[in-house]
Design a protein around this ligand. Structure first.
Ligand code: NAP
Ligand code: MG
Length: 515
């Protein structure tokens, strides 16, 4: 596979193409340290969303026997991996992070080509993934418990963090390297072994990340990669007796299914799900900054982010001016092939997601929202063969409309006008989701009040509704998730059980008052 290099000169918009690595003809599973051809007779094509005439290899829809083999490999690798000292497990991640750094541009090109975010955004995602792996490597040296005073003499009470066993990691297509890394890195450093099922839409990024982990010295069976459909391979993992936990990120529909099925066998399940993130603009906000953040949040990664800004909640006093600033920013977005320099927004990931976004444009029309920008697909010239939607803004959206409530996962922003801070907070909280939020103000009292009242796991003040930094916890409230936080030191909590140890060193029989 060739490694492209980034060009040093900045060419004119849309004129040049980034170097494109060569995709495999068919993706192979990685089981017990070996890359193995799947026995599956059915495949799914990995279609480029910018040009659907281009297929980037075939994804095997692996058979139940192959899933069993992957789980068996993870189970047999577990005893030795759990005995490997945590700092030594961390060293594997140090080497992986270093390889991810060396291959940043290659990974970014693959990611942009198969998923559709721009090369620059894809690079940002690879850097985020690398930061997470680097941070988690250090957790191997911090994998401590607590000492606790005992009521009894000569008694030592303490906790240790114990790994769970073989775990399943099931991930979506929209962050095809960052999300796998933020699950795999804490699971590995904590001493678990893994069966990793990536999204079928983004197999190549997953395969390259695992190839680099293999190159970093991963012992056979400690992580196994299996391609296949969620409803077959994913479902089998959730039901597999040898799997001790499932870490899932994806849609609410599938997440609810995974959580419900897991509950039937008291499986430890972590679900990171959808978002409908608000950005609140008060009358004293810096409107230019707020408009920059809103446009970035709404159109960045084509709106295909769980942390995308999908609602701008603006007080009446500044709403006209704010919408004007937003419209100017939407006009500047350059939609096109994510591997072309100068392009600032790519396509929707596949036809299904594309049709969903187009359906919501119809819904917005029926609901009577006022179109400010976009509102249509782009199908002429360079856009003819891809899933391109114009960056879209609706004004006059009322909080009860579907476009104000439901996750669209496309470059579509709803502006909701409110009378004051209290109404803004009420509207911001009036959705089923609770991932990220943002407040633009210079009023310190209302800033802290917002932090008190807002129902989201991540709160930004004068900062866009992004995910955040590798060392800080990430996760949502309400319908966005259960059993999370990911990233930061707390990420290892899901992948460990606390053991509480009582050691009596009196050496004599004694009476005890503990039960
Ligand atoms: P999805 O359709 O729910 O798929 C997620 C993963 O689950 C894929 O690997 C999928 O496999 C698999 N899957 C599908 N059916 C399954 C089943 N019955 N049992 C087990 N696994 C199954 O989600 P998506 O469309 O890929 O991702 C977009 C969604 O993810 C959005 O809702 C977004 O908000 C959410 N998301 C949340 C966060 C967060 O941190 N809160 C971050 C990113 C994305 P296939 O690919 O083979 O279908
Ligand atoms: Mg694809």
């Amino acid at each position: 596979m060739s490694t492209p290099t980034a060009s040093s000169k900045e060419p004119a918009a849309g004129k040049t193409d980034r170097p494109r690595p060569t995709p495999p003809a068919r993706y192979r599973n990685y089981i017990g340290g070996q890359w193995v051809e799947s026995l599956a007779t059915k495949n799914a094509p990995n279609v480029s969303p910018a040009d659907t005439r281009v297929t980037l290899g075939q994804v095997p829809l692996s058979t139940p026997a192959e899933v069993d083999a992957a789980v068996a490999a993870a189970a047999s690798a577990f005893p030795a991996w759990r005995e490997t000292p945590a700092p030594v497990r961390g060293n594997l991640l140090v080497r992986w992070a270093s390889l991810l750094t060396q291959h940043t541009d290659e990974l970014a090109a693959i990611l942009a080509w198969e998923e559709g975010k721009t090369f620059g955004e894809a690079r940002g995602e690879v850097l985020k993934a690398t930061n997470i792996v680097e941070f988690m490597a250090g957790e191997g040296r911090r994998m401590g418990g607590h000492t606790i005073p005992s009521e009894m003499p000569r008694t030592f009470v303490y906790t240790v963090k114990a790994p769970l066993g073989p775990v399943a990691v099931i991930t979506p297509w929209n962050f095809p390297i960052a999300i796998p890394c933020w699950k795999i890195a804490p699971a590995l450093v904590a001493g678990n072994t893994i069966v990793f099922k990536p999204a079928t839409l983004t197999p190549w990024t997953a395969m390259r990340a695992v190839e680099l982990l293999h190159e970093a010295g991963l012992p056979p069976g400690v992580l196994n990669l299996i391609f296949g459909s969620g409803s077959a391979v994913g479902d089998q993992l959730v039901h597999h007796k040898a799997i001790r936990a499932v870490s899932f990120t994806g849609s609410n529909e599938v997440g609810t299914h995974v959580y419900t099925e897991g509950a039937k066998r008291l499986l430890k399940v972590q679900c990171e799900l959808g978002g409908k993130n608000p950005l609140v603009v008060l009358e004293d906000a810096d409107l230019e900054l707020a408009a920059d953040a809103t446009a970035q949040g709404a159109f960045g990664s084509t709106g295909q982010r769980c942390t995308a800004t999908s609602r701008a909640i603006v007080v009446n006093h500044v709403a006209d001016r704010f919408v004007e600033l937003l419209a100017a920013r939407a006009k500047k977005v350059v939609v096109g092939d994510p591997l072309k320099d100068g392009v600032t927004m790519g396509p929707s990931v596949d036809d299904g997601q594309f049709q969903t976004v187009l359906k919501y444009l119809d819904v917005a029309k029926q609901e009577g929202a006022r179109l400010v920008a976009g509102g249509c697909r782009l199908a002429e010239g360079d856009h003819a063969n891809g899933h391109f939607v114009a960056p879209t803004i609706y004004d006059g959206v009322s909080p009860g409309m579907r476009i104000a409530k439901e996750e669209i996962f496309g470059p579509v922003l709803s502006v909701i006008r409110v009378k004051d801070f209290e109404e803004a907070v009420h509207v911001a909280n009036d959705v089923e989701f609770g991932l990220s939020s943002s407040l633009y103000t210079n009023d310190v009292n209302r800033m802290y009040r917002f932090v008190d009242l807002i129902e989201t796991g991540i709160v930004h003040v004068n900062s866009p509704t992004v995910g955040g930094e590798a060392q800080a916890p990430f996760g949502g409230m309400k319908g966005t998730g259960v059993g999370t936080r990911e990233q930061g030191s707390v990420a290892v909590d899901f992948f460990t059980e606390l053991k509480t140890v009582y050691a009596d060193y009196t050496g004599t029989k004694r009476t005890t008052n503990i039960y």
